[in-house]
Design a protein around this ligand. Structure first.
Ligand SMILES: [Zn+2]
Length: 69
């Protein structure tokens, strides 16, 4: 009954991979990902469109909340 070709991407919500680091808009430093994929979600990455992921800049310590789209 199950197809042999793995999960059909059309049946799954779009999964997103959040980058581990982003560039700080303020100072150009490296912002590290604070958020982790939710372990209760049955997803390979744990992130879907609309999730908010938080980053912390290592230089100015600003926090950035990025909405995945
Ligand atoms: Zn910064």
């Amino acid at each position: 009954m199950a197809p042999e070709h793995g999960a059909d991407p059309h049946d799954e919500p779009a999964e997103l991979e959040a980058p581990a680091t982003i560039t700080c808009v303020d100072c150009g430093g490296i912002c590290h990902l604070l958020s982790h994929p939710r372990p209760d979600e049955d997803a390979t990455t744990g992130f879907v469109a609309g999730d908010i992921v938080a980053y912390r800049c290592e230089d100015c310590l600003d926090r950035w909340d990025i909405e995945l789209a």
